[in-house]
Write a protein that binds this ligand. Sequence first.
Ligand SMILES: Cc1ncc(COP(=O)(O)O)c(C=O)c1O
Length: 492
Amino acid sequence: MRTFNLSDYLLQYLDKTSDTPRNRQLYRLMRQAILDRVLPPDTRLPSSRDLANELQISRNTVLYAYEQLLAEGYVEARAGSGTYVADTVPDTVFMPPTPRGSNAAVSDWAQLSQRGHRLVAHAGASPQQWGAFVPGVPDVTRFPHKIWSSLQSKIWRNPAVATLTYGGGGGYQPLREVVAEYLKGSRSVDCEAGQVVITNGIHQSIDLCLRLLSDPGDVAWVEDPCYWGARNLLTASGITIRPIRVDPEGICPDHADLAVVPRFIFVTPSHQYPLGMVMSLARRRSLLEYAKTHGCWIIEDDYDSEFRYNGRPLASLQGMDSDERVLYMGTFSKTMFPGLRLGYLVLPPSLKQPFVTGMEELHRSGQAPLQATMAEFMIQGHFSSHIRKMRLLYGARLEILQQEIARHFADDVQVVGTDAGLHLALRLPEKCDDQLIAGQAREQGVIVRPLSSYYHVPDSRNAGLVLGYACVNDANIAPAFDVLARIIRRHL
Ligand SMILES: Cc1ncc(COP(=O)(O)O)c(C=O)c1O
């Protein structure tokens, strides 16, 4: 079992935008971790130099925190061997609990399992899910809710008994059928309805794959940078992540990577998340060949390929797989609305039955009235017509945003990932602290994600910002970008 990772934890909670000096924050976080026994007695602390390097802060900041902990008896120095967490914690454990805030989160940790710790330590979901420039959120105000509501009412007027009992693990059969047809037609996925399992989204699809196909300690290759949600689910399951760099053709393992055969290869071949490139045909072939030779599972996350503005999308990786190595997953979060919580997982034929059973055992199946409404929405053509309308809308918003970026920065920043999806990425010069920029933007009501945070090890060489444009009204794009541009300009 993997142990608590001190620097990951500190990186998560150190707040660069806080008024509290960094050395005080570090001291408090470590003290709380000791009190909560997530840093148990006798744990050897990393040397101040190593910790400073890992956190990319000055050694003096770490030395202050260590000295304070030493003075208060939380740690002890052992001659010639280093600094250790003390056996007996000081009386301050009886002090009133720390107020809610970053330190309080540590107290809550004490009750968690190792798996829970890992999940919470890497949490990435933003509390803000709407407005300029929240990435990955469609314009839910344009959803044709009247059509949806009338389809739903019709189903509820005379609901079949089978829609109100526990359902089968694969989901509502007509939805499985229409999803299979849709994927065959639009994504060249090679499947029939029996291979489709309806889930409540990609997160659940990944979780199901991990529960049924992995054991702690297995290795997963993950694109670097990658989707924070996938990384978090893998980490929480005790999977050892091997970050693999991406080049313009997609995931690009080197010789050392190839020697570490993974259980899973997690990829976004249609639209790399968050940088936006499409995996080349040659790279797809090599990946499939490698997976076949070594018996790896490829997880294909096809989260937003419906929205392509330039060039034709390549068909799914799953459609090229003749050896049953690909688990394909998609979502209605982007094409419909995220609150719907519906997605689909397409399994190789050999896995379909265990997955249907696994879904039943883990989650019990249901939501048939919702799934029946979704099926009708697709069968009656509303789904494809909504996608067509939204593609035009988002394409226009993307153009406005690109014009604004060009107007403010000309060639000072590089824009990537503009061919498809609901977001783009701005690459910033190395000297820019993207976390700080994101924090300052948040204070002024503009939400962006620092690009470096999508990398396995956040690094100033990967400074940038990820901007979603789909959920921003045309008229709000320029004023919101003005605010952001002013902040960025101060850091250039
Ligand atoms: C790459 C990627 N995969 C998966 C998801 C989440 O999908 P779901 O809402 O179906 O869990 C997202 C959401 O932003 C995403 O960006």
